[in-house]
Design a protein around this ligand. Structure first.
Ligand SMILES: Cc1ncc(COP(=O)(O)O)c(C=O)c1O
Length: 386
């Protein structure tokens, strides 16, 4: 991996220590260019000229195929969406829920898990059970806590694969074994995983999985991808749909819904420029190699955790075990509000991190383009402040 060459392709890195990929990744120049090229094509030739339409269809087909590769799933199990949250909502709002069903989430979840789960709960009389976790919990403890919440009414476990606040990698494979045995669905919010760790839907057996384009894949906001295991496709109703969800020809007297295709979730038109960026971003990431990215991010995180935890008053809230870790490194500074640390690092070192809420901390997202020098800048900055 030629880090200097990679960095030269991401303009923002020339003047900023960018450690906020977990919110939105810095786009490589060629990703922006792919979007600009499509915008120019529509600008100069018109949006619905035959060649432009054909090129647009090709971009959408390739973006979908790219998403399938990222998931290691088949193309017909994958949909390009507008973001992670949309994908999660497609599944939750499309399942037939019965009063008394139970969904298990955990307390450290992102709003994109909490809100859709709780709203389904309120609307259909589904009980949302919240499992309380501790940052020190081992994978075994987490699995045991979630298993202890199972009842015969449990229908779904719905958690993030990597927790956004601590960067903890959840024991998803173990949970899959457990849920599968009991006929419980497993849906994973992969907002922090796509482009960050290797995904393998074919092998893992996860039921539903949703990722964004704008974070670790380094695409643009307004793109993401959803995986639905083929065996579940027919039973997920399209809660919103449109012309693309109708078996052709569209006939008002003879409505034939599409039952077993991901297209049924497409309400109407999509942004082809954003999909062009998504496609180019996946190519960029695939060229670097997600396996390599995963290992480099773990190395960077290990180094950051070691350097930060040496600083008096600093508590690292991310896991220490490599197998539980990710490129997200969170830490609290005694006597300092996370917001003011974030602001101080930006103003004094042009270093971009963010504050997270639960548990309250400062979060640095370390992606493959980050360097040891930047980690030294982070640790040095925090040391100065304390
Ligand atoms: C765990 C988690 N879920 C969901 C989201 C929302 O992602 P998106 O904007 O792609 O819907 C984020 C990030 O903001 C996240 O960290």
């Amino acid at each position: 991996m030629d880090i200097a060459d990679i960095r030269s392709q991401i303009p923002v890195l020339a003047h900023t220590a960018y450690m906020n990929t977990g919110w939105s990744g810095p786009p490589p120049r060629r990703v922006a260019q792919a979007m600009k090229d499509r915008i120019d094509q529509e600008l100069e030739q018109g949006p619905i000229m035959p060649e432009v339409l054909e090129a647009g269809r090709e971009i959408q087909a390739q973006a979908r195929a790219a998403a399938a590769r990222i998931f290691n799933a088949t193309v017909d199990e994958v949909l390009v969406t507008r973001n992670t949250t949309e994908g999660l909502n497609i599944v939750l709002s499309g399942l037939d829920w019965n009063q008394g069903d139970e969904i298990i989430i955990c307390d450290m979840e992102h709003g994109s898990v909490i809100a859709p789960a709780q709203l389904v709960g309120q609307r259909y009389g589904v009980t949302v059970k919240v499992v309380d976790l501790d940052v020190q919990d081992s994978s075994e403890t987490i699995v045991n806590k979630i298993e202890a919440a199972f009842t015969p009414k449990t229908r779904m476990v719905f958690i993030s694969h990597i927790l956004y606040a601590t960067g903890r990698r959840m024991p998803a494979e173990e949970l899959r074994r457990l849920t599968k045995d009991k006929g419980i669905l497993l849906m994973l919010d992969g907002a922090q995983t796509g482009g960050h760790i290797e995904l393998d839907m074919a092998r893992s057996g996860f039921d539903f999985y949703s990722i964004p384009g704008q974070k670790w894949l380094l695409g643009y906001e307004g793109s993401g991808a959803l995986f639905i295991r083929r065996e579940h496709l027919e039973r997920i109703h399209p809660a919103h749909t449109g012309g693309r969800g109708i078996a052709r020809p569209a006939d008002a007297h003879n409505f034939q819904p599409v039952a077993d295709s991901m297209e049924k979730f497409l309400g109407g038109s999509v942004s082809v420029p954003v999909q062009a960026a998504f496609l180019e971003a996946t190519r960029f990431i695939e060229e670097v190699g997600i396996k390599n990215i995963e290992q480099r991010n773990l190395d960077l995180a290990e180094s950051a955790k070691a350097k930060l935890s040496e600083i008096p008053g600093v508590t690292v809230t991310s896991p220490s075990e490599r197998r539980d870790s990710s490129g997200l490194v969170s830490f609290a500074v005694a006597g300092q509000e996370p917001d003011s640390v974030v602001e101080w690092l930006w103003e004094n070192h042009k270093l971009v991190v963010r504050q997270v809420g639960y548990p309250a901390a400062i979060r640095a997202s370390l992606h493959f383009f980050n360097t040891e020098e930047e980690i030294d800048l982070l640790a040095g900055g925090v040391r100065e402040l304390t």
